[in-house]
Design a protein around this ligand. Structure first.
Ligand code: UD1
Length: 360
């Protein structure tokens, strides 16, 4: 069985790594890798291939940045000839980025089976580009692999037949568990002059948080308040870097430390030893759940409810007063310990491989 696997943006890389490894371990699957080039900076892409041992892509579409329509259309146009040339039996897409829906749509229109990994997650917020990508990709997929039970319920409610839906666990956590030991050896704390358990980590990149100065500036002011208590380290996504500079937002006393994006191992080490994480990333909500690190999620909703029910994540939105009051509460009331969600055990990729091989 020939499967073309697709990656495009940073969060896709940690998801595809264990899947490629598992596919290549079975002789029954001929696995090719296509990189759309949605993310292309060394620190947003190449670094992850070397650190996670992902094979070099067989094809790189080199699409780059653009508006949603331009980027999605460019990926579709570039992907179609790849399918014509390689004639795969199936295309596998992960996550919810523009590359996911673009390649999925091309595949099904050519009568090629589509597998979606991380299916069924719903924020129920259609202003998020990712929510549209998720709904559409799930609607056209043949096999849907869910990371948590809420995904299975959402798909059932949307009328996807049960036989197509499989709860397999979380491939991103496969990668985390596989690299935890290696990450422990990272020297990132020494390089940044931080001591374990004595700092906060921030990431922000969602358009809803970073695209408007009226929202980004108050969030930044709240981070500066926290930085009076402890160092705040902020590896900045290129989109956010551009917005901070356009809005003239800077750390007044240099307390919020803006640094370049980190590679996977350094970032895992940084989060593992933090006393607190503030983020709007879905993947980091999942990682802090497994690492048992308190996570203030700067969103009004989440498509990953399990990170709230059994993890360490709390939704605080973008309101600075709420961010700061939750932060203060955390200092006086340490959060309960997280409980690893079912099947977040390092074997999700093996499970989905078995299901693919057993499905006629
Ligand atoms: C994309 C995904 C988002 C995911 C995020 C992770 C969509 C709709 N969004 O958002 O779901 O959480 O990736 O990072 O697919 N840029 C660079 N170098 C790069 C990549 C991007 O400088 O390697 C800059 C460009 O200015 C670009 C901007 O970042 O215009 C946004 O990139 P884009 O891929 O459009 O969206 P993200 O915000 O990264």
């Amino acid at each position: 069985m020939k499967i073309i696997n697709v990656v495009g943006a940073r969060p896709n890389f940690m998801k595809i790594a264990p899947i490629m490894e598992s596919f290549r371990a079975t002789r029954a699957i001929d696995a090719l890798l296509v990189h759309t080039g949605q993310h292309y900076d060394e620190k947003m892409s190449d670094l992850f291939f070397s650190e996670l041992g992902i094979p070099q892509p067989d094809v790189n579409l080199g699409v780059g940045s653009g508006s949603h329509a331009v980027q999605t259309a460019a990926i579709m146009q570039a992907f179609e000839p790849v399918l014509l040339q390689h004639k795969p039996d199936a295309v596998l897409v992960v996550g919810d980025v523009n590359s996911t829906i673009a390649c999925g749509l091309v595949a099904v229109k050519m009568g090629i089976k589509l597998f979606h990994v991380e299916a069924g997650l719903r924020s129920h917020d259609r202003t998020m580009p990712e929510e549209i990508n998720r709904i559409l990709t799930d609607a056209i997929s043949d096999l849907l692999f869910c990371s948590e039970a809420s995904g299975v319920e959402n798909l059932r409610r949307e009328g996807i037949p049960d036989r197509q839906v499989h709860l397999v666990g979380n491939v991103m956590i496969d990668t985390l568990l596989r690299h935890r030991e290696k990450a422990a050896a990272s020297k990132v704390l020494e390089v940044l002059g931080l001591s374990a358990g004595g700092y906060a980590v921030v990431t922000l990149h969602r358009p809803a948080n970073v695209d408007s100065p009226g929202i980004l500036r108050p969030i930044f002011n709240a981070l500066e308040q926290i930085a009076r208590d402890m160092p705040v380290v902020f590896p900045v996504h290129p989109r956010t870097r551009e917005r901070l500079s356009a809005f003239g937002i800077q750390s007044a006393d240099g307390q919020v430390r803006l640094i370049d994006p980190l590679g996977y191992l350094d970032f895992l080490k940084l989060v593992s030893a933090a006393s607190l994480v503030l983020t709007d990333s879905g993947g980091i909500q999942e990682e802090t759940t497994i690492l048992n690190i308190p996570c203030l999620t700067l969103r009004e909703n989440t498509e990953r409810p399990i990170t709230i029910e059994s993890g360490t994540s709390q939704l605080v939105g973008a309101n600075p007063a709420k961010i700061l009051s939750t932060y203060r509460d955390l200092k006086t009331h340490p959060p309960r310990a997280a409980k690893p969600p079912p099947l977040w055990d390092g074997h999700a990729a093996e499970r989905l491989t078995r299901i693919i091989l057993e499905t006629p």
